[in-house]
Design a protein around this ligand. Structure first.
Ligand SMILES: Nc1nc2c(ncn2[C@@H]2O[C@H](COP(=O)(O)OP(=O)(O)OP(=O)(O)O)[C@@H](O)[C@H]2O)c(=O)[nH]1
Ligand SMILES: [Mg+2]
Length: 335
């Protein structure tokens, strides 16, 4: 696939340079291109992600903040942002907003803008519609996080959900934190039922509620399975966005997880695996699980994508063509 810009669309190479120098209008433009379904935009997006994926493993820390509706994710993200900014780090935020009126939770963007009315050039916030009511990640979130990671030291992706394979922010983050609110026994039960493996960190929010929060933290701590020597074991941090308690400690826990990934040279591999899963998931959405089977099955596809790694949008397009030609070979089966 050509990496040149189609007429009328920005030149990907120029755009990537501008993104890396944190040019806000270039970042906004790149995010718009990734969000645009027109063919010219798709071609430009492919060139853009190819260049972004080829950058030397960026130092950016991509953080996923997930958890049930109303658990306190946005408030916590805003508090963490304060800690990171104090440490001089630039921060990009992708807020996947289900805008659930149920919880009365403010959109993260609004909340942050409310907290920092003067505006901060080192912070960039972009809200993204969620795919469904439960806050499923839209397919654009993966490539968008690549743009953010090229520009900022820390990239936060906030999304509702815990562990559903479709909606999992852990598939684009280096470190995923699950936010659990006090006395949410259901959540703890749910977590125990099998997805304790997914988050790298747990935060029990609203610690200012006192004993209730402490009990929830103990319960959660007690259900984290032991890990073999050398493996990462998720810890539980009690935090209050309201009082600020535990926020710096949680920021340190994020740092420790990233340092653990770095020490084991795991960041690049983790990102390649995320990108492979992203491609595989896009193909399943278009061609169904039957289609994926014809391409070698989900596992086989991920293995192939890891073996022959390439920019995600480019690999996706190649495999789409392969799937289409398989279907063209057997008339009338295309879904
Ligand atoms: N007491 C207390 N309340 C909090 C704290 N953090 C958030 N809340 C409240 O919890 C509610 C939800 O907070 P949000 O930060 O919007 O939660 P969220 O998980 O982002 O919500 P959604 O994005 O709608 O899923 C709000 O009413 C907050 O005021 C906290 O540290 N202490
Ligand atoms: Mg929120």
């Amino acid at each position: 696939m050509s990496l040149a810009a189609p007429a009328g669309w920005p030149d990907p190479a120029t755009l990537v340079e501008a993104i890396r120098s944190r040019d806000r209008s270039a970042i906004a433009e790149a995010l718009n291109v990734l969000d645009d379904r027109r063919p010219g935009a798709r071609a430009c997006a492919a060139g853009l992600t190819a260049r972004l994926a080829a950058l030397p493993a960026p130092g950016a820390h991509v953080i996923g903040i997930t958890g049930p509706p109303g658990s306190g994710k946005s408030s916590l993200a805003a508090a963490l942002l304060g800690v990171w900014r104090e440490a001089g780090r630039t921060v990009g935020v992708l807020a996947i907003d289900p805008s659930s009126p149920r919880t009365g939770g403010a959109l993260l963007g609004d909340r942050l803008r409310m907290l920092r009315p003067d505006g901060d050039e080192a912070v960039f916030i972009r809200s993204l519609a969620s795919r469904g009511e439960l806050g499923g990640l839209s397919p654009e979130a993966g490539p968008m996080s690549l743009v953010m990671a090229a520009a900022f030291d820390v990239v936060v992706v906030e999304t509702v959900g815990i562990g559903q394979s479709e909606t999992d922010v852990s598939e684009l983050a280096d470190t995923t934190c699950c936010v659990v609110q006090p006395a949410s026994g259901d959540t703890v039960q749910f977590l125990k039922s099998g997805i304790m493996e997914v988050p790298d960190l747990f935060a029990v929010s609203k610690a200012d509620l006192g004993a209730l929060a402490e009990r929830t933290a103990r319960e959660l701590q007690g259900s984290i399975p032991g890990r073999p020597e050398g493996e990462w074991t998720a810890g539980v941090t009690l935090v209050s966005a309201r009082s600020g308690a535990g926020v710096a400690e949680l920021a340190r826990a994020f740092g420790s997880h990233r340092a653990w990934l770095d020490a084991g040279g795991k960041v690049g591999e983790r990102r390649r695996r995320h990108q492979a899963r992203w491609v595989s998931r896009r193909l399943r959405e278009e061609f169904g699980s039957q289609g994926v089977e014809r391409l070698g099955g989900a596992e086989g596809l991920v293995a192939e994508l890891l073996r022959e790694h390439g920019p995600p949008l480019t690999r996706h397009e190649e495999l789409r063509r392969r799937a289409l030609s398989l279907y063209a070979g057997s008339e009338g089966e295309h879904p």
